[in-house]
Design a protein around this ligand. Structure first.
Ligand SMILES: *Cc1c(COP(=O)(O)O)cnc(C)c1O
Length: 356
């Protein structure tokens, strides 16, 4: 039986994406060949890459606005260094907002390239909130932020307006809510949180910001080279790109980001309402900064851990334990998680309340 999958990543994808991906591995487009054994330069695969790039921009409402979409390798983690490599001038500076483990990993890499100003950090309270009062120096080459903090369950609800290029790691909430994406100059996201399987990273770039760093950039790390090669500078991750395309097609079919945002909001309301109502649970993040993607919560009394764990497992739930740095539980509710799965968890929490 299919589990209710709350895994933080790699994570649940629409069932029809699993189905169609499996079919393409056996016989791609009735070609008599597997997707895995054809050339990435073949007409059929080039069409996949072109459509994936185009559809990503369309869903983000960035078509015809000077942006390019790339499907690269190396995960979001490689973008931590590709961003400064491409944007930070020699002897340049960058500003970073430190809102969690991933943000601080990005900061660490940027420091290899130049001076990094951390404009604000919520580390003092174990990243349980989003800092809001801060100023960004206007002589930095860019500001980097993380839209959703996958581990701590916080999410930036309002992005600052700045005069410098804005870069955002949207790995765990891209395509989940309507934003003015044209506010950002680079958006990147490892596919495995809300878009596809592990193995490819979507990078969306406003082309005009490139070519200004004065650095000599190795080819594989150079966004301009990848743009020129239409994301085929080297062999792309054919299967992850194909499965990501299927997920984007599914998203378009159900009504795009605006439609899925409503579903995500309903799921988040359902679970947070129960966390706040049920005396045996408490949320980890500051209420106003709570993530609609990763809901982090704790048992009021850890002595009840064994009982609660046995109950959700018996209900067919998977992937609920929290990250080791926070403990407790983390319910990751990406686009493909049906609200029925959230109802199952809420019912378990109510049952638990009556049994403790
Ligand atoms: C998971 C995650 C990453 C790391 O992604 P990889 O693709 O494993 O490198 C970076 N940032 C955020 C916000 C994440 O959730």
């Amino acid at each position: 039986m299919k589990k209710h999958n709350y895994s933080a990543g790699p994570c649940i994808l629409p069932q029809e994406v699993f189905q169609k991906s499996a079919e393409a591995i056996l016989d791609f487009n009735n070609s008599g060949l597997s997707l895995l054994e054809i050339s990435h330069r073949s007409k059929d695969f080039v069409a996949v890459m072109d459509e994936a790039r185009d559809l990503a921009l369309e869903l983000l409402d960035l078509k015809g606005k000077g942006y390019q979409a790339l499907f690269l390798h190396g995960g979001a983690s490689l973008e931590f260094l590709m961003v400064p490599y491409n944007l930070m001038k020699v002897d340049g500076k960058a500003a970073y907002l430190d809102t969690g483990t991933w943000a601080s990993a990005a900061i660490k890499e940027a420091k290899l390239f130049g001076e990094v100003t951390v404009v604000a950090s919520s580390k003092d309270e174990n990243y349980s909130y989003i800092p809001k009062e801060f100023t960004v120096p206007n002589d930095v080459d860019y500001l980097h932020c993380t839209s959703n903090n996958t581990i701590f369950g916080t999410q930036i609800k309002e992005f600052p307006t700045v005069s410098v290029p804005m870069v955002c790691d949207m790995s765990s909430d891209i395509f989940s809510r309507v934003l003015d994406f044209s506010k950002f100059d680079i958006i990147y996201a490892g596919a495995q949180k809300n878009m596809g399987p592990a193995g490819t990273t979507l990078v969306v770039i406003k082309e005009e910001i490139l070519g200004k760093s004065g650095r000599v950039i190795p080819s594989m790390l150079d966004y301009e080279k990848h743009i020129k090669a239409e994301s085929m500078y080297n062999t792309p991750a054919v299967f992850p790109v194909y499965a990501s395309l299927l997920t984007l097609q599914w998203l378009k079919k159900i009504g795009g980001i605006a439609a899925v945002e409503k579903l995500n909001q309903a799921k988040a309301n359902l679970l947070y309402t129960e966390i706040d109502r049920n005396p045996y649970f408490k949320g980890a993040a500051k209420v106003e900064d709570r993530s609609n993607m990763n809901v982090v919560f704790l048992l009021d009394n850890e002595e009840h851990t064994e009982l609660f764990d046995s109950m959700w497992k018996a209900a067919g739930i998977s992937g609920l334990p929290g990250h080791r740095s926070v403990g407790g539980y983390r319910a990751s509710m990406y686009n493909a998680l049906p609200i029925e799965s959230v109802q199952v968890l809420v019912d378990v929490m109510k049952d638990f309340e009556s049994q403790v």
